[in-house]
Design a protein. Structure first.
Length: 73
């Protein structure tokens, strides 16, 4: 694992949290963009994005539905 990934991981987590706080995902479905869309937005690998999402999941902020995506709690 390179030294840049943890800082990029934190940036992704912080940005998603800020967007949640601003109500960006306050739609009826509360669905986040797909991992692929987020990797394009953040110019990061899908693995890094997935690690960030898993970290947010472990904090009880989001959850994953198999084959459906990531959602707000």
């Amino acid at each position: 694992m390179s030294r840049q990934q943890p800082s990029q991981l934190l940036i992704i987590c912080d940005t998603i949290l800020q967007q949640i706080d601003r109500g960006l995902f306050a739609t009826q479905s509360k669905r986040l963009p797909s991992e692929r869309e987020l990797s394009d937005i953040f110019n990061a690998s899908r693995l890094t994005v997935k690690q960030a999402l898993l970290q947010l999941e472990s904090q009880g902020i989001i959850y994953r539905k198999e084959r459906r995506g990531w959602f707000l709690m």
